[in-house]
Design a protein around this ligand. Structure first.
Ligand code: SF4
Length: 439
């Protein structure tokens, strides 16, 4: 009798880097004989790649485990990722988890599964965890499995910047880079599978250093790969962006004119307490230079509200700076006290209701800035890489500078780059029509 293939659901909580790692784990599990099924469907194996950046992210992980066990009570549950590194005790208390894999062993998780046909619930979780995480540069096997058009490509891990609010240096360890030849190997594999845009991901990608090669050197190698048509830098710390990188972004036909540069606060006192490595003046000078050098730059940022000591005055400084700089959007985060970090010991806390109100007003400002950025391109023709249809039937895609575009057409635009004339902005989307049949 033929054995049915076991099913595996993988779920990522948190950042793009986690997504890149989950995609590699998915690729490996497929090769090991699992059928990948969407989260929420019955499964034999659940793998959660977790996050510990906020308390909410940790709750989401535990919630997902419970939810899955409700519809698949016999599912073998494996938890890896940052929460598996920093929250072992809490995860051990959570019923139904069979395997906990800390950061050191994360990418080898499939090796620690009992085998596709031998998955059984365990009386207690098996724990693979070390406090120390390797500091050396690394390689990763396989090619990420993505359903999406764009693929994330992990190039770096860990961080040594030690911002006072951030648990990542504890969860992911010291900064280290992926071997350049190994990055190129996966990039070639992704291009062969038809991914036309690669998003370079890491914790602190500007710190990429491998064998004397920098992020810019890596990008120049990636540009040589046939089939890679767009290279996007996911998020990059302001102190790690050299002028040469800006110059290259301005000149390259493949590097997206897009920068996401975390600001966190627009107040020097708060930036100092956060242990960020720049002042408002330095950040502003960088952004002004980037915008001057790179025409049509799409610029995004992260802003944190409710950091200890943020009174009305400090928040007003942040709001004013966020308003004055040419951001196309920002992501707003509420400060979340993370045990073990320097900020966890700070006492001058902000009331949650105040932080929430600040977050709302910044989110509102971000929406307005996004609309204004999109409106700059009305009546212009831009190349859009289309990904998927939305619920209303519009084909949705992105420009290189991160304008989200919707087009109504009966043609199948999936994974095609088409010239689009933008005609309007609605619901956070630039809408338009095809200027030609596209590629
Ligand atoms: S740069 Fe700061 S915020 Fe970013 S990962 Fe490193 S420590 Fe965390």
């Amino acid at each position: 009798m033929q054995q049915t293939r076991p099913r595996a659901s993988l779920h990522t909580i948190g950042c793009r880097l986690n997504q890149a790692e989950t995609a590699l784990l998915a690729d490996r599990l497929r090769k090991d004989g699992y059928d990948l099924v969407d989260i929420g469907r019955q499964t034999d194996l659940l793998v959660v790649n977790s996050c510990s950046v906020t308390e909410q992210a940790e709750k989401d992980c535990r919630h997902l485990v419970r939810q899955t066990l409700r519809h698949s009570p016999a599912a073998f549950v494996a938890v890896t990722g940052c929460y598996a590194q920093t929250g072992v005790e809490a995860l051990c208390r959570e019923p139904g988890i069979d395997l906990i894999v800390g950061s050191q062993y994360k990418m080898h998780l499939p090796d620690y599964l009992p085998g596709p046909q031998a998955l059984r619930k365990q009386p207690a979780p098996h724990l693979l965890h070390t406090r120390k995480i390797d500091r050396g540069d690394f390689v990763m096997s396989g090619v990420g499995h993505y359903e999406s058009t764009r693929a994330n490509l992990k190039i770096q891990d860990g961080c040594t910047f030690m911002c006072s609010f951030c648990i990542i240096p504890f969860a992911r360890g010291h900064e280290r880079s992926r071997r350049l030849d190994d990055v190129l190997r996966e990039a070639e594999g992704l291009a062969e599978r038809g991914h036309r845009e690669l998003v370079l991901t890491g914790v602190n990608v500007g710190q990429y250093r491998e064998g004397g090669r920098s992020l810019l050197d890596l990008i120049q190698c990636l540009e040589q790969i046939d089939g890679v048509e767009r290279i996007r830098i996911s998020s990059i710390e302001p102190t790690t962006i050299p002028d040469e990188l800006l110059d290259h972004m301005a000149a390259s036909p493949k590097v997206c004119r897009y920068l996401h540069v975390p600001l966190q606060s627009g107040d020097d006192g708060i930036l100092q307490a956060m242990h960020r490595r720049y002042t408002v003046k330095e950040y502003t000078a960088l952004i002004e230079k980037a915008v001057r050098l790179i025409p049509d730059l799409g610029l995004g940022t992260d802003i944190m509200v409710g950091f200890p000591g943020e009174s009305e005055k400090e928040f007003a400084n942040t709001f004013a700076l966020a308003n004055s700089l040419p951001f196309a959007y920002f992501h707003v985060f509420n400060f979340s006290r993370r045990p073990g970090t320097a900020a966890a010991r700070m006492t001058d806390t902000v009331r949650p209701a105040t932080a929430k109100a600040r977050s709302r007003s910044l989110a509102e400002l971000s929406r307005a800035k996004r609309v204004a950025f999109y409106q700059r391109y009305l009546d212009q023709t831009l190349p859009v890489l289309f990904e998927t249809r939305d619920a209303t039937g519009l084909w949705i895609g992105l420009t290189g500078n991160y304008v989200r575009v919707g087009v109504a057409t009966r043609s199948d635009l999936s994974n095609r780059i088409c010239e689009v004339v933008l005609t309007g902005v609605m619901d956070g989307l630039a809408v338009g029509h095809l200027a030609e049949t596209g590629r």
